[in-house]
Design a protein. Structure first.
Length: 242
């Protein structure tokens, strides 16, 4: 082999190595959102039908779900039961994690709260896979799908159910996350390429909508869930900065 040809091969090998490193760095997950000191944690309102605060039996044993423990590293989590002005007035940041259907008047007030400067992360699941020991129809069992009564359409969005059930890796907050039978979002907001996430500007406020709530169920999802909760914290942090 001539020295000129050897130099060419070495240059090509070096270029391939640089490209491989750049590709790996491009796929590297972002830095995790850091925890906050106890006295620096703002209020996070939580409206959910999921067993995040307690188990299905409402027992205090266990100290809450892994999702709750992750949220509590950065927030004082304040559960609310309805999206009315008295409850929404307790904070500026709201996590709606697959909530029960809200009365029409409360949805009007929620929309007004967001337009006035509120921030909301809505996990709206069109096909919830979260396991439950409660029988179908039990009012304490999470609904099988997000009970939308016009809120998404009012924000210019449409939520479609998946064509096929099952786990799927998708992008959230810059991370690869595992979802379960996640849906797809369409509309006028800034929607991610895989249609999992919509970032919406609504008046003076912001709404982030995610077409999956099973992303919080890191105990039962069958697959890599290492960054699921990091991704949720990243989306909440984005809302705080916006």
């Amino acid at each position: 082999m001539t020295s000129a040809r050897l130099r060419v091969l070495l240059i090509l090998a070096a270029l391939i190595g640089v490209a491989a490193i750049a590709y790996a760095m491009g796929r590297r997950s972002p830095e995790a959102v850091p925890p906050r000191a106890t006295g620096q944690r703002p209020t996070l309102l939580l409206l959910t039908s999921l067993p995040l605060m307690f188990g299905e039996g409402f027992s205090l044993e266990g100290g809450g779900s892994p999702a709750l423990k992750a949220l509590e590293t950065r927030y004082r989590v304040a559960p609310i039961s309805v999206a009315d002005p008295a409850e929404l007035g307790k904070g500026r940041l709201l996590l709606m994690a697959h909530p029960l259907a809200q009365p029409a008047e409360d949805l009007v007030r929620l929309n007004q709260w967001v337009r006035g400067g509120g921030r909301v992360l809505l996990l709206a699941d069109p096909m919830l896979e979260w396991p439950s020991d409660r029988p179908p129809g039990d009012p304490l069992r999470p609904p099988p799908m997000f009970m939308d009564t016009g809120l998404l359409a009012h924000w210019g969005l449409r939520l479609d159910a998946p064509d096929e059930r099952g786990p799927r890796l998708r992008k959230l907050g810059g991370y690869d996350v595992l979802t379960a039978s996640s849906g797809s979002l369409f509309g006028t907001c800034d929607i991610s390429n895989d249609r999992l996430v919509a970032h919406c500007s609504i008046g003076k406020g912001k709404a982030t909508v995610v077409a999956d709530a099973d992303v919080l169920d890191v105990q039962n999802l069958d697959g890599p869930t290492r960054h699921n909760l990091d991704a949720v914290l990243a989306e909440l942090a984005r809302l705080e900065r916006s």
